[in-house]
Design a protein around this ligand. Structure first.
Ligand code: 5GP
Length: 118
C-alpha cells in the first residue's frame, strides 16, 4: 500500500512465513507465490529472498541473482502450463505502480494478454 518501511516490506514477511501466501515454487534463493489480486488467469510473483528495492538495484548488485529470478519465473510458467507464452513484468518506481519495494517479477499468462497499455 505504499507505506512500507525502509527496513522491512510485506515480502520479507512472506519469505519469513510470518504472513501466509500461496507458494507455488521455491529455490534456495527465490520464492514464487500467487498474487493476492490476480490480473490474469495465472499471476505469480517471484522474489529473490535477499532484499533489493528494484530490478535495477538487483541488476547492479547481483546479476546472477537476477538471472535466478528469471529462471524461477520460467519454471513457474512451465509448472502453470503457459506453453503459449507469458509476460514477465518488473514495475520499477512509483510511476510504474511499484508499491512493494522488494523487487518482484510478475509472471502473467494463461490467456491472450493485451499488448502493453494501461
Ligand atoms: P507492484 O504494484 O509493487 O508491482 O506489485 C505488488 C503486488 O503485490 C500487487 O500485484 C499486489 O496485488 C500484490 N500483493 C499485495 N499484497 C499482497 C499480499 O499480502 N499477498 C500477496 N500474495 N500479494 C500481495
Amino acid at each position: 500500500n505504499g507505506t512500507e518501511s525502509a527496513s522491512e516490506t510485506l515480502f520479507e514477511r512472506i519469505i519469513a512465513r510470518e504472513i501466509p501466501a500461496d507458494i507455488v515454487y521455491e529455490t534456495d534463493t527465490t520464492l514464487a507465490f500467487r498474487d493476492i489480486s490476480p490480473q490474469a488467469s495465472t499471476h505469480v510473483l517471484v522474489v529473490p529472498k535477499a532484499r533489493h528495492r528494484t530490478v535495477a538495484d538487483l541488476a547492479a548488485a547481483d546479476p546472477g541473482l537476477l538471472a535466478e529470478v528469471v529462471a524461477t519465473a520460467a519454471k513457474v510458467a512451465e509448472l502453470e502450463g503457459l506453453h503459449d507464452g507469458y509476460r514477465i513484468v518488473f514495475n520499477t518506481g512509483p510511476d510504474a505502480g511499484q508499491t512493494v519495494f522488494h523487487v518482484h517479477a510478475h509472471v502473467l499468462g494463461g490467456e491472450q494478454l493485451g499488448h502493453f497499455g494501461r
